[in-house]
Design a protein around this ligand. Structure first.
Ligand code: GSH
Length: 207
């Protein structure tokens, strides 16, 4: 390791989900990071050593960081993807929070342990909750010309692009099917040379 350059180690499960936006941002920032994937079987051994008992956790030199949005926001600032003033940062955060609304509302249903309650909850999720939030997200992406905020590439685009496979799975649909502007926002990230290079070498997973 060159002197002055911290070592980056990202710990997560062998899926994209909450870690993929971080992996895409680190790739964009040309950060050579260790992509440490912990198996479900090994997880109990590691859990207690994580700051909040969860992952993703990003080690930056001797600092241990957690919470995927806080990490993405920090990396976004580091790499010039976080707007140039408080108002712009606020606009990015509104998009981020709307993406997070969709994910968190779906995730509680996806992980509902009782199968019959789960299916009942999916009815409302699929008929009301998802369409309503998706409509708002597509509107935001349309106003921003194929980006999630500021009419240009920001870390909100990375969040969406990184999470989309996971969100499609838990939402039981291709969320972008009728949302050309959301598709464009995702494409604005996946078409970057750094993202292509990352995707070429990343382990292949469904979500
Ligand atoms: N608020 C945390 C949530 C992290 C989280 O829910 N991590 C899950 C995987 S997606 C986890 O570590 N689950 C294992 C456990 O809780 O034991 C974040 O945004 O990073």
């Amino acid at each position: 390791m060159a002197e002055g350059k911290p070592k980056y180690v990202l710990s997560y499960f062998n899926v994209k989900a909450l870690a993929e936006p971080i992996r895409l941002l680190l790739s964009y920032g040309n950060i050579d990071f260790e992509d440490r994937r912990i198996s479900k079987e090994d997880w109990p051994k590691f859990k207690a050593s994580m700051p909040n008992g969860q992952m993703p956790v990003l080690q930056i030199g001797n600092k241990t960081t957690f919470q995927h949005l806080a990490i993405c926001r920090y990396l976004g600032k580091q790499f010039g993807l976080a707007g140039s003033n408080d108002w712009e940062a606020f606009e990015i955060d509104m998009a981020v929070d709307t993406i997070t609304d969709l994910r968190t509302k779906a995730v509680v249903v996806f992980y509902e342990p009782n199968e019959s309650i789960k299916e009942t909850k999916y009815v409302q999720l699929l008929s009301e909750t998802i369409p309503n939030i998706l409509k708002k997200l597509e509107e935001m992406a349309a106003v921003n010309k194929g980006h999630m905020a500021l009419g240009k590439l920001t870390w909100a685009d990375f969040l969406l692009a990184g999470l989309i496979d996971y969100m499609n799975l838990i939402c039981r649909q291709d969320l972008t099917a009728n949302c050309p502007n959301l598709k464009a926002a995702i494409n604005s990230v996946t078409s970057l040379p750094a993202s292509k290079a990352w995707n070429a070498k990343a382990p292949k997973t469904d979500m």
